[in-house]
Design a protein around this ligand. Structure first.
Ligand code: PHE
Length: 376
């Protein structure tokens, strides 16, 4: 290599070594390999050389450029890991320090999460499994498998949020109810031979294009399904009564079935719960008033067949209730929209202490700890 090229190489290598940070290194790179850089200028001199000179210098200059590129990359990696190490050593946490006083009282469990935990605990105690399904659903599971055919007005009834359709397929949607989990769970159960019989609930998020004091575009439902050889409406009624009494922590709650229509149940009933309005206050489990809390019915054989169940042998009931509504009624929060505004003051007031885990033995919504922390 010419003395000139060698000198250039040594200078640049020294500059790379000396670079203290990414900015400095980038300056070195631009000064050497950039369009107007020194190495680029050297490469341009090849154009003015004789053939023999070019045959000797061409490979040398190119090798020089490659070597410098490599050296810059290596330095870059070294700077990167040095920066990471510096950050890691700065961000250490001493896990042996005692926790700050009252730290366990700072976070809060949202009333909807609390209500879901309570619902799971009650139904688990009655021998129900807890099933889940996706929030983003196909039209098949949200509608077709539930006996809601194409162009059925119920598809409009639900104010569905549709996704942009894929080129080769139909549009997915945000599930408008938890009922699609019925069919998914029954299908899975047949595959892994865990059922029938089936006995499960499916709590989760649901979505409809709707917003006012009692509706939010995202809300929560709990689905329930029992399918067995002799399951009948009496079982449904008892299950709902037992659940509601446990949830509202009262001796008894009367319910009333009102005839209704759902394509996936036959017969179909609205579920009303006994209550009493005392001015603004609502007392459940007594009085002569009724409050609607969900829908229910005997599973339509079409739905069972979509799930591959032998309808000669099996029948069942299903119900769906609004969890937010149940939480509002139990904890006395008046406006549903405030549930999802993420206002810390609201959460401090209506939230639950994390270590106070709902269970039937120790009390579902024992607020003693919350009360304790509220004093602080
Ligand atoms: N999926 C119905 C709704 O969201 C409720 C329901 C569930 C009704 C199960 C009957 C049986 O309106």
């Amino acid at each position: 290599m010419s003395a000139e090229a060698e000198k250039l190489r040594n200078e640049i290598i020294a500059a790379i070594d000396a670079a203290q940070d990414m900015r400095a290194l980038e300056d070195v790179r631009v000064a050497a390999l950039g369009k107007k850089g020194s190495v680029s200028a050297l490469l341009k001199t090849l154009g003015g050389m004789s053939n023999e000179e070019r045959q000797i210098n061409g490979p040398l200059f190119n090798a020089l450029r490659d070597k410098l590129t490599e050296a810059i990359q290596a330095k870059k990696a070294a700077l990167d890991s040095a920066a990471l190490n510096a950050r890691l050593s700065e961000e250490t946490l001493d896990m042996t320090l005692p926790i700050a006083p009252d730290a366990q009282f700072q976070g809060r469990i949202h009333p909807v999460s609390q209500a879901m935990e309570e619902i799971n605990a009650i139904f688990a105690d009655m021998g129900f499994d807890v099933a889940e399904g996706p929030d983003i659903e196909s039209q098949f599971y949200n509608f077709t498998a539930l006996n809601i055919p194409d162009a059925h007005p119920a598809r409009q009834m639900h104010d569905t949020f549709y996704m942009q359709a894929e080129e080769d397929g139909e549009a997915l949607l945000l599930r408008t109810h938890t009922s699609p989990v019925q069919v998914r769970t029954m299908q899975d159960g047949q595959k892994d031979k865990s059922g029938p019989p089936f006995r499960f609930i499916a709590p989760g998020r649901t979505y409809r294009c709707d917003s006012d004091q009692t509706h939010t575009p995202m809300f929560h439902q709990v689905e329930g399904l029992v399918v067995d050889a002799t399951t009948h409406m009496g079982h449904l009624k008892h299950t709902l009564e037992a659940f509601l009494a446990a949830f509202f922590e009262v001796e008894n709650i009367a319910i009333r079935f009102r005839p209704s229509y759902f394509p996936f149940t036959e017969p179909s009933m609205e579920i009303d719960m006994q209550c009493h309005r005392d001015g603004d206050k609502l007392v459940v489990g007594e009085g002569n008033d009724w409050m609607e809390i969900g829908g229910s019915g005997m599973v339509n054989p079409h739905v069972l067949r979509h799930a591959g169940i032998d309808t000669e042998k099996y029948q069942g009931f299903a119900f769906g209730m609004g969890i937010d509504r149940l939480a509002m009624l139990k904890y006395g929060a008046p406006d549903l929209r405030s549930f999802f505004e993420a206002d810390l003051r609201w959460l401090k007031h209506y939230g639950f202490v994390p270590i106070d885990v709902p269970g039937l033995a120790a009390g579902l919504s024992d607020k003693s700890l919350a009360a304790l922390s509220a004093d602080k």
